[in-house]
Every structure is written in structure tokens, then in C-alpha cells.
Design a protein around this ligand. Structure first.
Ligand code: UN1
Length: 521
């Protein structure tokens, strides 16, 4: 990591700037392992990033889309060539198991692969005019300067979902990555620079949400950015929505979830138990798509829980570089503290804990199948399953973002759907059943933006629309062809070649019909 300057706070092509407010990035599996020390971009540096992006926009938007796509192609190839190294940095910096880190990096490669060819489409339409010698067209036009704020749980995939289509569509970008993953963000930026991204087109500002993030939000009020993308909490998303609304901007918001997974009485229970375990405990429950409420049909409830708890007992927890663990540490001390607070505040006397012990894993209180070094050196937590949860309990509708999920019981598909839809969130969801009538009703009535049938709540593929409803977002969708609507605006063009002022609607010359004609009865 010798090439990272100490205190780096702003990276824009060949321009590297530092600041004096320092932010060490540490390994959450072993806090003695300090990866690098970054700075926090000042408000002046954030403004400079936006100014550079504004200056670069004029030229970048005129660069032909297939040429812009060439940069994305090289970026994807560079990520691919560095996949293992980048995955190891991800694991070391935010603690997801190495197998998942490779998936995170692969999702960015997939995103590049998808958008390379989109650079040769970005289709508009030719539309017939109601006038002779007149042509109508639609064009996708870039929006301008895009400000992007991302979370630490998917430090490569999720930024790529925004940045790749934004740049491809001709926008320039200022990115504030999570303060938990600056080193991953540094290499992400370097790979984009090496891919040939021109000066000022892509700018990264490092720092905390409370300082650098706020400075970036202030640029919206100052009219320095034209589009905002944010992945994070519902509360912050609501604030961003308000700020953008005042400027008549529509941000792309990807917020929290309280994702339901239903197991009906006819389900393949072995498959469902594996899916629930993975949905709940993959990434230590720190995905926005992680399982929140497990809803079990009363007929299979006890049998299913026995199978599930048996799987949970066999999970390996520990060193995230180990290939066979289910999960490693929490992303940071803050995530661990929040999880411990949730255990203290959300669990009520009428709940039953199906797991024991709960809370932090330590040298004295180790997980049975512990893998790796000293748990006291990292932020590791036990898996927690809370039974007996009712719709009126706060834990039912609070996103917990840790290795914790609830169990609820239902007697019918109607009741299952009611519980699945009742939290106010609507990001991901899943049902395990082979009954077509259940599947049909579920697809029709589930409010979540994404749903799986006989698969986990997590693991969306990189070319389907990703996003949620209700408290999970503002209807924006990322990924695939759908995200292009976030980064372009439609322009309608009327081209009149007639040499006269042809008045639409008034001089169209519609052919008259005899509408009084009726057939003999
Ligand atoms: C997130 O947690 O913000 O569907 C993204 C999934 C991953 C992406 C999660 N492909 O679980």
C-alpha cells in the first residue's frame, strides 16, 4: 500500500490533495492491522471536485458514447486483471468473507460488461410526425455533474452500479465513498484513471459522512451538482430527498430494508432452511437485502426451525480470509455497537431467543465453530434469531443490519403477504413454495421492488432492476437498462423541412370519416 499518500483526501486524475484531519482504515477482523491513513476532504476540496467535474462535463458529454464505453471496457478489464488483489483488500478493509468479496468485485465486472455494449445503443426513437416533411426524434442527454455517496457493505459493486452508467451516459462524477472503505475506493479510482478516464471526469473525495458528506450535500444547495445518488439509511435518504426536491432534482435513493422470507407448508424445507440461513447471516446480515422477518407456515414451523437451528449451529464464523466461513466481523466498531444496542433495546420479554449466547464473540465467549485468530481483536457477533415477534413490536419494522432476524408464524398465504408487506419497507423479499397459486398471488401482491421464488432475499443479479418502494427508496432503479433513466433526460426534437410554419393539431389534415354509417340489424 506504499503508493497511497498519507492523508489523501481528494483524488482527481493526476491531482492528489491531502488534509490534516486523518482517518486510519483498519481491518475489522484485527484492529491492529492498519491498512492506510486517509484524510477528510474539506468543504473547499469538495467544491473544487464539483468545479473540476463541471469543467470536464462539456467535453465528456460530446465524447461519442462508444468512445466513453471504451473507458468502461478498459475499467472492467483492469478490475478483472486485479480481481484477486482487489477482493483481498475488500475483505481486509470491511471484513466480508473472501468468497463474497470476489462476488462483490465480479458484480462490478459484470456491470462494466453490460454497459460496454450500451455505449453502442443508448437508443432514442424516430417518431412519425403528423405533418409532412417533418421529422421527430428523441435523444438521451446526460444530466451533468453527478454526486455519489455510497455505503461500506458493497464497496465495489454498488459504486459501480452508479458510476459506470453515469459516466457512460456522459455525466461527470464526484464520489464520496464510505469512510469504512477508503482504500478500496482509492484503488477503484486508480483503476478508472488507468482505464483512461480524462482529467476531472471522475473525482473522489474521502472522509466521514458528517463532514465531507455534508459538504457534498451543501453543493446541491449551491447549484454545483445536477444529480445525486445515495445508498444508505432511510433517514439520510429522506434528508437528501428534501434537499434535492428544493432544487427540483430527483435523486437515486437506495435505502434500507426489512426483507421478509416466507416458507409455505409445501416448501422444500431443506432448500428453504439453507436460503434463510444465507439470507440472514451472509455478510453478517449487513446487506440491505438481508433477511429481516422469517415468516413460517404453522404446519411446518417446528420442523423447519429444527432444521434451521441445526444449520446455524454448524456455521463457521471467524477469519474472513478463510474460504469456508459463513461470516466474519462487523464492518466496523460502529456497526457492532449498533447491533448490540438493537439487542438491548428491541428484544422484549415476550420474545424467545432461539440462539444462545448472543452479542459480541470474545476470547472468553467463543463461537463453537470459531475459525481464526483472537476474536477480541475484531468486531465479531453471534448469530441471533428472535421468535415470537408480533407486528406491533418495534423489532418487526426496524432495520437492524446485523446477524439478527425475527421469526413469525402464519396460517395462510394472505396472512403471510400481510406480514411481508406490513413493515413500511419494500426492498427485497422471498417465498419458498411450489404451489403456482401461491406464487402467482405473491408476485401480484408483494410490495417489494424485488422478489425471489425459492431463492434467498439477497443476491440480485447485476442486470435486473435493483431498488425498493416505501421506506426503501423513491422508486429509482439501478442496474440493467433501467438505470439509464437515472442518468439521462429525454430530449424531444421536431425538425421541420417543409419551409412553412405547419401548425400541429390545427393544420394536421386528418381525413374525415362518415361516422354515421351503421350496419343493418
Ligand atoms: C446492498 O446491500 O446495498 O442483492 C446491495 C444483493 C447484492 C447487492 C446488495 N447483489 O444482495
Amino acid at each position: 500500500m506504499q503508493d497511497v499518500p498519507k492523508g489523501l483526501s481528494f483524488l482527481s486524475g493526476s491531482l492528489h490533495e491531502t488534509s490534516t484531519e486523518l482517518l486510519p482504515t483498519t481491518n475489522p477482523a484485527n484492529v491492529k492491522d492498519i491498512l492506510a491513513t486517509f484524510g477528510c476532504a474539506t468543504s473547499a476540496q469538495v467544491d473544487m471536485a464539483c468545479t473540476r467535474a463541471r469543467e470536464a462535463f462539456g467535453k465528456w458529454r460530446r465524447t461519442p458514447a462508444p468512445v466513453r464505453a471504451g473507458v468502461i471496457q478498459s475499467f472492467g478489464r483492469l478490475i478483472e486483471a486485479n480481481k484477486e488483489a482487489l477482493s483481498r483488500i475488500v475483505t481486509r478493509e470491511m471484513g466480508k468473507p473472501i468468497k463474497e468479496a470476489r462476488g462483490d468485485v465480479q458484480e462490478a465486472i459484470d456491470t462494466c460488461n453490460f454497459f460496454v455494449s450500451e455505449g453502442r445503443r443508448l437508443y432514442g426513437m424516430t417518431v412519425p410526425s403528423e405533418m409532412p416533411r417533418k421529422e421527430l426524434y428523441t435523444y438521451r442527454r446526460p444530466i451533468g455533474v453527478f454526486a455519489c455517496i455510497t455505503a461500506g457493505n458493497f464497496p465495489v459493486a454498488v459504486p459501480s452500479w452508479y458510476i459506470v452508467p453515469a459516466l457512460l451516459s456522459g455525466n461527470t462524477c464526484v464520489w464520496k465513498p464510505s469512510a469504512d472503505v477508503p482504500l478500496t475506493a482509492y484503488y477503484f479510482t486508480q483503476l478508472l484513471n488507468k482505464a483512461g478516464c480524462p482529467e476531472g471526469v471522475f473525482n473522489t473525495v474521502f472522509g466521514r459522512g458528517g463532514s465531507t458528506g455534508e459538504a457534498l450535500l451543501a453543493t446541491i444547495e449551491k447549484g454545483m451538482v445536477d444529480k445525486v445518488g445515495f445508498t444508505g439509511s432511510t433517514a439520510v435518504g429522506q434528508r437528501i430527498g428534501e434537499i434535492c426536491g428544493r432544487r427540483l432534482q430527483v435523486p437515486c435513493l437506495e435505502l434500507g430494508g426489512k426483507n421478509p422470507l416466507v416458507v409455505m407448508e409445501d416448501a422444500n424445507l431443506e432448500l428453504a432452511a439453507t436460503g434463510a440461513c444465507w439470507s440472514g447471516f451472509g455478510t453478517a446480515g449487513q446487506r440491505c437485502t438481508s433477511l429481516g422477518n422469517l415468516i413460517l407456515h404453522e404446519k411446518i414451523r417446528d420442523r423447519f426451525l429444527k432444521m434451521l437451528l441445526d444449520k446455524v449451529a454448524r456455521m463457521q464464523i471467524g477469519d474472513p480470509m478463510n474460504e469456508s466461513i459463513t461470516y466474519g466481523p462487523m464492518i466496523s466498531e460502529t456497526f457492532m455497537r449498533d447491533h448490540l444496542t438493537h439487542l438491548e433495546t428491541l428484544i422484549q420479554p415476550h420474545h424467545t431467543l432461539l440462539t444462545d449466547p448472543n452479542g459480541r464473540i470474545t476470547g472468553k465467549r467463543k463461537w463453537k465453530n470459531w475459525v481464526g485468530g483472537d476474536p477480541d481483536a475484531g468486531y465479531f457477533c453471534f448469530p441471533t434469531i428472535v421468535d415470537g415477534v408480533r407486528p406491533e413490536d418495534a423489532i418487526y419494522s426496524t432495520e437492524t443490519f446485523g446477524p439478527l432476524f425475527n421469526v413469525m408464524t402464519c396460517r395462510s398465504i394472505d396472512e403471510a403477504i400481510g406480514l411481508a408487506n406490513g413493515t413500511g419497507y419494500g426492498l427485497s423479499s422471498a417465498i419458498y413454495t411450489d404451489t403456482p397459486a401461491y406464487i402467482y398471488q405473491w408476485k401480484e401482491e408483494i410490495v417489494a421492488g424485488m422478489t425471489s421464488i425459492n431463492n434467498s432475499t439477497t443476491g440480485a443479479e447485476a442486470h435486473l432492476p435493483f431498488g425498493g418502494n416505501g421506506k426503501s427508496g423513491n422508486g429509482a432503479r439501478q442496474s440493467g437498462v433501467w438505470v439509464i433513466d437515472q442518468f439521462t433526460r429525454w430530449q424531444a426534437v421536431n425538425w421541420d423541412l417543409s419551409g412553412t410554419l405547419q401548425l400541429a393539431q390545427m393544420e394536421t389534415g386528418y381525413i374525415e370519416a362518415d361516422l354515421h354509417y351503421t350496419l343493418p340489424t
